[in-house]
Write a new protein. Sequence first.
Length: 168
Amino acid sequence: MMNDNNYVECLVSRKPSVLMAFLKILTIMLAVAFFILGMISPIFLIVFIALCVAAYFAIQNSSIEYEYLYCDKEISIDRIYNKSRRKNAGKFETDKLEILAPARSYHLDEYKNKQNYKTLDYSSGIKDQQPDPTYVMYYDGREKLVFEPSAEFVSAVRNVAPRKVFTD
C-alpha cells in the first residue's frame, strides 16, 4: 500500500523570456518578408525556409514549465517545453541533500559564502513575490537548486529528512 507522502508532484510555469518573445516575432516577420522576396528570386526562398525552421524552434522553446516530483526518497525535476515535450533536468536523492529551506531563511546563512556550488534555477523567474515561494536546496556539496515547491512537496521531503528541511 502506498503512503500519501510517498509521491508528490508540483508544476510551475516559467516566466516567458523577453528575448524569446522578441526572437519569435522577429523570425516570423523576417520569414514573411523573405517569402514575399522569394517571388522575385528563388534564393530568398532558401532563407525563408531557414527562418521558418528558426521560428519553429523559437516557438517550441518559448514556453517552459517545471515539474517537481518526489517519489521514494528521490526528487526529480523535468522541463516541459511548450506543453508537449519533456526533458529530465535532474534527479536528486534525499540522502545527499544538505539543506532545503526558504530562499530568505537564516538556516542558509552558512552556505551563502560558499562559491563551489553550481546554481541551477528551476523557479518561475518572477521576482519579489509576496510571500516568496522560492526554496533553496544545497545538494551533495556541488549544486544549489532554486525552485518553488508546494507545501505538500516540502512536507513529504521533510518526513524523510527532518533535520535537513526547514519551513521557516
